[in-house]
Ligand binder design. Structure first.
Ligand code: IPD
Ligand code: CA
Ligand code: CA
Length: 253
């Protein structure tokens, strides 16, 4: 499966990369005033779903743009065709394709591909995590003041009454620095490979984080909700290493 997944995500990424500069205003529609989707998001998801259907016709699929199809298989494919659509539309490089495969509710394969960055992250259940074929691991940072972390503001996009700004104002002064790249999947994979020491966000969906969270765990990291439990992303999501997790969680009490 991992070979098929890697080939598929690389094909999808090549289409994204080729199409990014061709985007027109007429290609953009709005789910909400800030949550936009482009023709390419939908085309990429259709491309991915078509290839999965040909290879694994009985599997279930959950895609951000087309929703859930099939409710009978032990296998489900979880797809975010473009994670970071805002970055994509604004001709920035921080966007990715994210695909995870679950078997009976447990993730067994995950891949995140950032075509403009030429970074392909993947992991399998019985393997570690890899970036472009090289094993990767979370950082060894053990102090917040020596850490660079990332977050996002899906909450503001959702006009959520309770949002991330209070956490942002509380945590950022304790850090070396903060990043807001624009793709939760890349944020998670950057934690997995040690380019970030931690990440947190609220108001995400399963398709945003399924592959990236799995890759963090296979890279020796910890993924939990804002209570330190496993109810992510519904109750927030935190990804970091074992030395920082308690110190970071202190800020969510
Ligand atoms: C978004 C990106 C962004 C995060 C948003 C997500 P989308 O995904 O991951 O970084 O802050 O909450 O929705 O909408 O571009 O697929
Ligand atoms: Ca997303
Ligand atoms: Ca998306």
């Amino acid at each position: 499966m991992i070979t098929f997944l890697i080939n598929l995500i690389q094909q999808a990424g090549a289409i994204c990369k080729a199409e990014q500069s061709n985007i027109l205003p007429s290609d953009v529609t709005f789910k909400t005033r800030k949550d936009l989707v482009t023709r390419i998001d939908k085309n990429i998801e259709d491309f991915i779903v078509e290839k999965i259907r040909l290879k694994y016709p009985s599997h279930d699929i959950l895609g951000e743009e087309t929703g859930r199809s099939g409710f009978s298989s032990d296998y489900i494919w979880i797809i975010d065709p473009i994670d970071g659509t805002t970055s994509f539309l604004h001709q920035q490089p921080f966007y990715s394709i994210s695909i995870a495969i679950q078997y009976r509710g447990q993730t067994i394969c995950g891949a995140v591909y950032a075509p403009r960055l030429d970074e392909l992250f993947y992991a399998e259940k019985h393997s570690g995590a890899f970036l472009n074929g090289r094993p990767v691991y979370v950082s060894n940072a053990d102090k917040l003041i020596n850490s660079v972390m990332a977050t996002g503001f899906a909450c503001l996009r959702a006009d959520a009454e309770f949002n991330n700004l209070s956490y942002f104002n509380k945590i950022v002064p304790q850090l070396r620095d903060i990043r807001r790249f624009g793709s939760a999947a890349i944020d998670l994979c950057y934690v997995a490979c040690g380019k970030l020491d931690g990440y947190w966000e609220m108001n995400l969906n399963t398709y945003d984080i399924a592959a990236g969270a799995f890759i963090v765990e296979k890279a020796g990291g910890i993924v939990c909700d804002f209570n330190g439990d496993v109810h992510f992303p519904g109750k927030g999501i935190i990804a970091t290493n074992s030395r920082l997790v308690k110190k970071l969680l202190e800020n969510f009490k």
